[in-house]
Every structure is written in C-alpha cells, then in structure tokens.
Design a protein around this ligand. Sequence first.
Ligand code: FES
Length: 75
Amino acid sequence: LIRAADGTLHAFNATCTHLNCTVQYRSDWEKIWCACHGSRFDTATGANESGPAPRPLQSWKVEVSEKGEIFVTRA
Ligand code: FES
C-alpha cells in the first residue's frame, strides 16, 4: 500500500512478476523495486518499467471509509 504525494492510495500484490520475489518501496527512487534481479515498477500503476519483470504488478482495489478505515481487496 502506497500513499502518493497527492494523498492517493495505491495497492499492489508485492510479488514480483519475474520469479516471485517480494518487492519493496525505494524512497530514494520513488519506485517499487525487486532486490532479486532489479526490476522497477511505477508506484501509481504498478507498470514494469525496467529489469526482467515481464508484466505489471497486480493492482488491488483501495477504498477508504468515512471513518478513515482503509480496505484493500483484490480487484
Ligand atoms: Fe523480481 Fe527477478 S524476481 S526481478
């Protein structure tokens, strides 16, 4: 789950689409990154931008209730 600078929330499956390593957020690059083979993904769309990952990260649906509770579900 990532909160963009404009407050928008984005959620993705943290499993890399290359060989299933767990991805992580790199604040220095402002990208989602896979340490196994260096794939990088866009933080707003999950698009694969570089490295061997063949597909975008699976995005999940984010909803915020009136109480501010955050719900993430598989889209
Ligand atoms: Fe993520 Fe290879 S498993 S780049």
